[in-house]
Design a protein around this ligand. Sequence first.
Ligand SMILES: [Zn+2]
Length: 586
Amino acid sequence: MPVPTLSSDDAFAEVKGKVDLVKVVQEHVRLTKRNKDFWGLCPFHQEDSPSFHVNPQRQSWYCFGCERKGDVFTFVELIEKTDKRGALVLLAERAGVELKQLSPDQKDRADLRKRVLAMLKLAAQYYEYVLWKSPAGEPGRRLLESRRVGEETARRFQLGYAPAGRGFAEYLRAKKRSLVDAQEAGLMRRDGTDFFAERLVIPIRDERGQTLAFTARAVRADEPKKYINSPETPAYIKGRVVFGLDLARDEIARRGHAVMMEGQFDVITAHQFAVTNAVASSGTALTEEQVRLLKRFTDELLLVFDSDRAGRDASRKAAVLAAQHAMRSRVVAVPGAKDPDEFLRSAGPDAAARWEDLVAKAPSGFEAGMEEDSVGLNPSNPNQVERVAARLREWIRQFPATLREGYAETAERHTGISRHLLLEEPEAKPARVAQNGAPARKPARRVTASGYLLQLLAVRPSAFDRVRTKLTSQEFDEDDRPIYIRMLESYERGGPTGLEADLAGYPAEEQDLIRRAWAAPPPNVDDEVAVELAERIRLEHMKGMQNGIIRELSEAERGRDSERVAQLEAQARELGRAITDMERRS
Ligand SMILES: [Zn+2]
């Protein structure tokens, strides 16, 4: 049956009349008001001083840097990487305008998402009601009390309690609502029992405060799984949401940094104890998408992870990821506590002040790793110096090339190890000397698969379409990763001409590389070659990971950690199979 249509001009006009461009832009760009207009850093090209201008009267925007311009639809089209139709759908959803011109398939998907969102909203209200107003909510209230989370904080996060059994299903039946939607929303099992039964329920909301999923904490000490999470649904994709951002965004902007914690509960405690710019990556290690989302609000992350090995590793990865997106990071260590939650609770009324002390003392993400790598170094023991130098070299190499020299200097000051030693490439060979004794011409940089692919993509950006399905940026060679990410972003933002438009904002050496490729393109420029290169890079990355696992395995074996050994062996086997598979196919 054809879907009845509403003239699309009508729909555009109606939606445009109902949304405010300034509000839409503000979700992506920090805007400052000057006279009647607003200014901010352009989200479509890299810049340090604001040239992005929004005129609220005319509901139009213009960037004096990259000369992009338009209305609210063009803005959403570019920022959400969609087309005019997609922008209309997104904005119509927001404005509450019913669109009748969607294809049946699009309409089904949009409807399902809407129903799931409505169901999640209802569930959050129901759980909150049970927590505070029903005798069944007692275990949840007791848990909050023991964690010293007050009702006001709990209500801001809209915490709730899921009672045992089929309470939510009964509630829906009474309201004559569909149980199928609740199953689609990941709230209920097929038999009608509540997925989160007997747990404290924590809504995971997007930066606008819309509930997309839940995570739920056990209240019983004998419960083997402390947390369970909503599955992915039409409303929720893991790794895209930053927990607490809806509540923290204003304070993040005011204080100039976001406090990044590991767990949702850490964040709730932090807000209880006046650290209201705290957020957490939800259910995953910090992802690129989360970093990009945070970058809309701030340029600095304050990393507060557990003090165990896993926490330190997560902190290092986050520091590198932040640097790759031109964000600064600092690392806060919580003394005498296993996590920030414990620290803040035990500090009680002094929490805010003691927190300020920690923040003031927090070293940069690089320095924190450096201190860890060089702890207890005895400069008169050459073996030890070599070991520390190797570790620091590896650490420095993970950061974008533009930062490395400065970091090597910092490390030299801290350890006394020469910065030249710290910047040395691991496979560096002694300079070749020609027969006549004069230094030979510097050998050209070996063209790696990733170097070749970068040149190819510079000449033919449309090859990104195939390449990005074969390869994640995390798999790209570390050295070339920052430029790869930048080029990909330019392409996603601006299509085939995006690179040209953004190039002026790239670091000088990256501009060089791209201009050289334009002047002298590599021998074969086509999509097939690009795909081949992407696959080769992915294979190399997997081999690298395998080597890492094998190294870790021998460590675990030495430490007689049999559980870890079994785990690593399984990982190595799986990776080995994947590698053989790939090699066979190519
Ligand atoms: Zn611009």
